[in-house]
Design a protein around this ligand. Structure first.
Ligand code: ADP
Ligand code: MG
Length: 335
């Protein structure tokens, strides 16, 4: 079991409020991602759930029991950090066994759990190595293995992949997602990377300055961002925004159109502009266009990889479908 509820949970450091009172439910077995810019309170929220920080107010429940004052070791949660925090002089086996040894667990049970975790994480052939003899990805797997053997009610990950290079990060992302599919244990995963959030989460919690801006599935956030912040944060490349006359036409203060919902033509279109940079990725081309009359602005258009453009080209941009235009009011809220 691993249902976690936060009821008016808040946190201040001294007289600085970092998290105003906040409610959140994390269902048993869910993969929940806390995402937001650096400093928005993701780690603090995770540490409150783990018990590594005391709440300034509110109640944290785990499986229906008030855990607000329960010490971290007794909450039944396992945390995995960005820094693997492995013991360099111990073998992989001993590192994974460490929490069980501390708990005085029966040796045969320890071995059973180590074999299980090693098999789940492709570490079986590495159990006798030391961390220094492993790659970064393998070290992070050892850290995850050490969490798995505790058979926690939930795993708490704080930016676990940030130390890895891009290719390895992608591989580990898939591994953690697959691990979740197999274990079906609640996972809370903190990242500043919205692509990680979109690809891994059942449910994304978007945070800004300690406030939950929106909670929803990746596609709910993509299709119906509730405000300008979420609209601009979720999606890559970022949504384009228009104000003034362009937005007034749609009875809005601001309209937003994603790069993949714009088309480009060399002959005609809604907005004329000049190509600043064209990024040819092969699969896609991202064209960054400075519109005529507003050369400081940039519109990003995502088109097929066969579309070739270069700096200085004149292009015409149009919305693909009227129903892919997001409308926001003067407060930045979705209309
Ligand atoms: P994130 O993980 O989203 O980058 P954090 O949760 O680490 O953000 O930090 C949120 C805010 O709380 C930041 O402004 C940070 O400076 C502040 N903060 C975090 N820990 C402490 C602390 N122990 N004392 C004072 N301020 C802190
Ligand atoms: Mg953090």
């Amino acid at each position: 079991m691993g249902r976690i509820t936060l009821d008016k949970v808040e946190k201040s450091f001294g007289d600085v409020s970092v998290i105003p009172p906040l409610d959140l439910t994390i269902n048993d077995g869910e993969f929940v991602v806390f995402v937001g810019p650096s400093g928005c309170g993701k780690s603090t929220l995770l540490r409150l759930i783990a018990g590594l920080e005391d709440v300034s107010g509110g109640v944290i429940s785990i499986d229906g029991n008030d855990a607000t004052r329960v010490p971290p070791a007794k909450r039944g949660l396992a945390m995995v950090f960005q820094s693997y925090a492995l013991y360099p002089h111990m073998s992989v086996r001993k590192n994974i066994a460490f929490p069980m040894r501390m708990a005085g667990m029966d040796k045969a049970e320890q071995d059973r759990r180590i074999e299980g975790a090693a098999a789940a994480l492709n570490l079986t052939d590495y159990l006798d190595r030391r961390p220094g003899q492993l790659s970064g990805g393998q070290r992070q797997r050892v850290a995850i293995g050490r969490a798995i053997v505790r058979e926690p009610a939930a795993f708490l990950f704080d930016e676990p992949l940030s130390n890895l290079d891009a290719a390895l990060r992608h591989g580990m992302r898939l591994e953690i997602s697959e691990l979740h599919e197999r274990l079906k244990t609640t996972m809370i995963y903190v990242t500043h990377d919205q692509v990680e959030a979109m690809t891994m989460a059942d449910k994304i919690v978007v945070l800004q300055a300690g406030v939950i801006e929106q909670v929803g599935s990746p596609l709910e956030l993509y299709h119906s961002p509730q405000n300008l912040f979420v609209a601009g944060f979720i999606g890559s490349p970022k949504m384009n925004f228009f104000t003034g006359a362009d937005a007034a036409e749609h009875d809005a203060h601001t309209i937003g159109i994603r790069p993949e919902h714009l088309t480009v033509s060399t002959t005609e279109g809604r907005w004329k502009g000049t190509v600043g940079v064209a990024e040819h990725l092969g699969s896609d081309t991202f064209i960054h266009v400075h519109p005529e009359g507003d050369p400081a602005a940039t519109l990003t258009v995502r088109v097929g990889g066969e579309f070739v453009a270069s700096h200085g080209d004149t292009v015409h941009i149009s919305p693909l479908h009227a129903d892919r235009i997001h409308r926001f009011d003067a407060e930045g809220l979705r209309i």
